[in-house]
Design a protein around this ligand. Structure first.
Ligand code: WT7
Length: 653
């Protein structure tokens, strides 16, 4: 073992205890609090969740807390009627509380808006009435393709208010990705904007939407929101009869729009995510369980109080933004900060400037961002007063201990607990995490399960082991309710192990002597690039659409900043095995067109062959070992072992 490794192992066994000052004023103050509550959440789970749900508003109380009769299609709070928009907005828009800021927004160019809970209720109601005026009713599907402006949060809440199912498409996706999602969800409306700022440039949204929806017969309208609420509209092409400016339609609406009384198990939203095969799948979440779970996790994981200024740097286009920018924090009546643009615009200290300016107290970001800040240099951090911070969070991928330590020291000033939260689009909310006033943390470990979560590390037979597959043995309220339109895929993906008894998230993990869980990463063909999930199968099928390409294999390899980067092996048709820079450019453009720019591979390697087993399966593990220069293990299962030497020399080029 080299001295480097010894040092990192030693580092990883370090423990950080919650600062006393933090614990003293936290919702949960001691490990004993956690243990008692956790035991109850497992042993008397229905009683536990029933009590928690009672903290929210229900138009009608539920009949049963959990109905497992149609497992793996679970029902939570069945028979109950509620509305998440009511719980996130209306509940707080009365009395003095109505004057508290719900959203503090900063645009990339520096423009600012503050919406109180009263303002938010008004804006959401007008938006909801505008949707109705466009013919949107309960159960209709609405796609949302917007930059990070307050209207993005408002659009989600407005859909929820009238019972329309939102399907948010991250604004970095391509026209083709929009088309796939609009068609799959049969969306009647796409909400987009005339632009948004990112790294000093105006994002083209409307023209991308126009291209994406060209052949979508289901689509009735495109609603276009001006980026500048009171300024001039930005130029964009409007299709007569189909496209509507939001300010035109909103001007005619009343600000009174009662919340639809939704059944607990009515669908709240679809969110598309990548898997190991085929096209992205529409993950289904329903109203009741998702409300309760995002409410409770936000309360305890981020220790939210009314006077916090909470900032999650994710985009609302991903699940993190749904659960922990919009629904969770607002249900807790806290103040949410939203920022439109890039972390290094105009300089690499933008985030720290924002924290200082708005006195942010709780900050939630991703390891990939932390590693970028480390690279940009401490001086950008040191310029600012970060003393308003009291709690830090991390999400998206395993955080390496080095990044954890930097975050702890430079951002947390060694006084803020760090919550490393493990969860997924499918889980709806955080499942494994420290609680900030309670759990001693270890850099790199997501530590222990949240209330109601029975997490285990199992082997293929279902025995508990030190290292193996992560499994969740009990349903939790915000578990996905299925893959839209594809029951088989739902069963095959998540219920394929352990005779369908336990939920399988697709991650590997180990458990240490304290019972702490260390998530080690995906065990399927899903790559985590900068915290974004990309299915290698999607890239491979995009590549082969190019006439010059015969076959391809895409793998994820370690990357300093992104966590993982993509490397594509491409086999050409005919006799050319070298490819050209021109072809490389075309292939990159193809990926941008089919998926989005963020899926661009780090490297495209043209090769004459791929390592395959005798039955023709590509040996991806071997490709990974070749690229990373690892000692190659057993290669006797290879149909043609000479492939390896060829690939090695190609990689060295
Ligand atoms: C996958 C889910 C959850 C919101 C962001 C991503 C990985 C996420 C952690 C963490 C280790 C993590 C897992 C998971 N992941 N958070 N704290 N430690 N791994 O959502 O796109 O659905 O991706 O991200 O591999 O399965 P997603």
């Amino acid at each position: 073992m080299s001295s480097d490794t010894i040092e990192s192992v030693m580092e990883e066994s370090r423990k950080f205890f919650p600062p006393e000052a933090f614990a003293a004023s936290a919702h949960l103050k001691s490990f004993a609090d956690y243990e008692t509550m956790y035991r109850r959440s497992i042993d008397s789970s229905e009683e536990f969740w029933g009590e928690i749900a009672s903290e929210l508003h229900w138009f009608k109380k539920w009949d049963t807390v959990l109905d497992e009769s149609e497992k793996p299609f679970f029902k939570w709070f069945d028979g109950g009627k509620t509305n998440i928009c009511y719980n996130a907005v209306d509940r707080h828009a009365t009395g003095v509380k109505a004057n508290q800021a719900a959203i503090i927004w900063e645009g990339e160019p520096g423009d600012q808006r503050v919406l109180t809970y009263r303002d938010l209720k008004r804006e959401v109601s007008i938006f909801a009435n505008s949707l109705k005026a466009l013919g949107i009713k309960k159960g209709d599907s609405v796609a949302i393709y917007l930059p990070m402006t307050p209207e993005l949060a408002i659009a989600l809440l407005a859909c929820a208010r009238i019972g329309a199912v939102h399907s948010v498409i991250f604004a970095g996706f391509s026209a083709e990705s929009i088309r796939d999602r609009v068609l799959d969800a049969q969306s009647k409306l796409v909400i987009t904007g005339d632009g948004g700022w990112r790294r000093g440039k105006m994002l083209e949204l409307k023209s991308v939407v126009d291209k994406g929806v060209e052949h979508c017969a289901c689509l009735e309208h495109v609603l276009v929101i001006p980026r500048n609420v009171s300024g001039p509209r930005l130029e964009c092409q409007m299709h007569e009869g189909r496209d509507v400016w939001y300010d035109d339609i909103a001007a005619k609406q009343s600000s009174d729009c009662p919340c639809e009384e939704m059944d607990s198990e009515d669908m709240l939203f679809l969110l598309y995510t990548s898997g190991s095969t085929g096209k992205p799948k529409g993950i289904m979440h329903t109203v009741g369980g998702y409300s309760v779970y995002t409410y409770l996790t936000s309360k305890y994981v981020f220790d939210l109080k009314e006077d916090d200024v909470y900032w999650c740097t994710a985009d609302v286009g991903w699940i993190t933004g749904h659960s922990y920018i919009v629904y969770g924090p607002l249900q807790n009546g806290t103040t949410v900060l939203m920022y439109e643009g890039a972390p290094n615009w105009p300089e690499p200290d933008r985030f720290w400037e924002i924290i200082d300016k708005h006195q942010v107290s709780v900050f939630y970001t991703a390891p990939t961002a932390i590693r970028a800040f480390m690279k940009w240099g401490d001086e950008w951090v040191d310029k600012h007063d970060l003393s308003s911070l009291r709690l830090l969070g991390s999400v998206g991928e395993p955080i390496n201990p080095e990044a954890w330590m930097w975050y702890h020291k430079h951002i947390g000033q060694e006084k803020c607990p760090i919550v490393d939260t493990w969860w997924q689009t499918e889980t709806g909310g955080i499942l494994i995490t420290p609680l900030p006033g309670v759990t001693p943390t270890k850099p790199g470990s997501a530590t222990l399960p949240f209330f109601g979560v029975d997490a285990a590390v199992l082997d293929a037979e279902g025995n508990e082991v030190d290292a193996g597959l992560l499994a969740i043995r009990k349903p939790w309220p915000s578990i996905l309710r299925g893959v839209f339109g594809d029951e088989q895929r739902f069963r095959d993906t998540y219920w394929c192990n352990w005779d369908g008894k336990y939920y399988f998230p697709g991650d590997g993990a180990r458990r240490d002597e304290d019972g702490y869980i260390w998530v080690t990463g995906r065990v399927d063909d899903v790559v985590n690039v900068s915290g974004h999930r990309i299915g290698t199968a999607e890239l491979e099928s995009a590549f082969v659409e190019h006439p010059a390409v015969a076959e391809s294999a895409v793998i994820g390899v370690p990357h300093d900043i992104k966590g993982e980067g993509l490397v594509a092996f491409v086999l050409l048709r005919g006799t050319d095995t070298n490819g050209s820079d021109q072809l490389r450019k075309e292939l990159n453009a193809l990926i941008a067109e089919k998926i989005g720019k963020f899926a661009k591979p780090e490297k495209i390697i043209f090769s004459a062959d791929l390592p395959k087993t005798r039955s023709g399966k590509i040996m991806r593990r071997l490709l990974r070992d070749i690229v990373t220069g690892k000692e190659l293990g057993n290669i006797t299962t290879l149909a043609d072992p000479s492939v390896v030497e060829n690939l090695k020399s190609k990689c060295a080029e």
